[in-house]
Design a protein around this ligand. Structure first.
Ligand code: 1GP
Length: 236
């Protein structure tokens, strides 16, 4: 794994600027012992709601990164920036198109040292991101492995993100991805809503990302941090 600003993360919460979170819940999340807060969402992300959430998270010391999925939501002042490339879509706008558009507009202002591309493989067809990008989510295991190799070995992306957003994924698929990762940091996200699921996914991924449960069951969300911090990954 590359030694970069995000490489030590084992656990991250993903907060959606388009969703409401109270001050107390936000404090509990930021003070939970998680390694980072990722700000990002698939719809309804604007400059205003992104900067508002960033300012609130900034009261705490936790690392805070922005996943830049729309130009409207590109806000300066985060510790780091992720640029997602969706690898399992036929629509090139989600692989390089929007990213090029972003660079044409903001290329001069990109903090390159703190910016990392994420090779997304979206595997839950029901996820908003899957619908939006028309991702080919029904991949076989060999197809998934090829996507992982494309991202990790051929393109040398720093992060491979196995995304099941909204549903807990097939751990056999995550296992297959983890077996074939060489240098990239393996992120897993999707349906982690308990300590058990967190521990299971964290055994196979370098970093687990917990999203939706923050808004539905705060205590369960907090339990995922403890599960990861007490367990260890089998990955190198
Ligand atoms: C979403 O991977 C994250 O991008 C987390 O997924 O919301 O299902 O936890 P959940």
């Amino acid at each position: 794994m590359n030694g970069t600003w995000h490489s030590h993360w084992r656990h991250a919460f993903k907060l959606d600027p388009d969703k409401t979170i109270g001050d107390e819940a936000l404090e509990a999340i930021c003070m939970s012992g998680t390694d980072a807060i990722i700000v990002g969402g698939s719809s309804g992300v604007t400059y205003e709601n992104t900067i508002d959430l960033m300012a609130r998270i900034r009261r705490y010391e936790v690392d805070c990164a922005l996943e830049v999925s729309t130009l409207e939501g590109a806000v300066p002042g985060f510790d780091g920036y992720f640029v997602p490339l969706v690898l399992n879509t036929d629509r090139s706008e989600w692989i390089v198109g929007r990213q090029l558009q972003g660079l044409m507009e903001y290329g001069a202002f990109v903090p390159w040292e703190e910016t990392a591309a994420q090779g997304y493989v979206i595997l839950n067809g029901e996820a908003t991101a899957a619908r939006l990008t028309e991702a080919r989510t029904a991949l076989t295991e060999p197809e998934l492995v090829a996507h992982v190799q494309l991202a990790d070995r051929l393109l040398r992306l720093p992060i491979v993100y196995i995304e099941y957003s909204g549903a807990f994924g097939d751990m056999n698929m995550l296992w297959a991805a983890s077996r074939h990762i060489q240098d990239a940091q393996l992120f897993y996200g999707g349906g982690i809503d308990s300590a058990e699921k967190a521990a299971q996914a964290a055994e196979l991924a370098h970093t687990i990302v917990v999203g939706n449960v923050v808004y539905t069951d705060l205590n369960a969300a907090l339990s995922t941090v403890r599960a990861v911090k007490h367990g260890e990954s089998n990955l190198p």
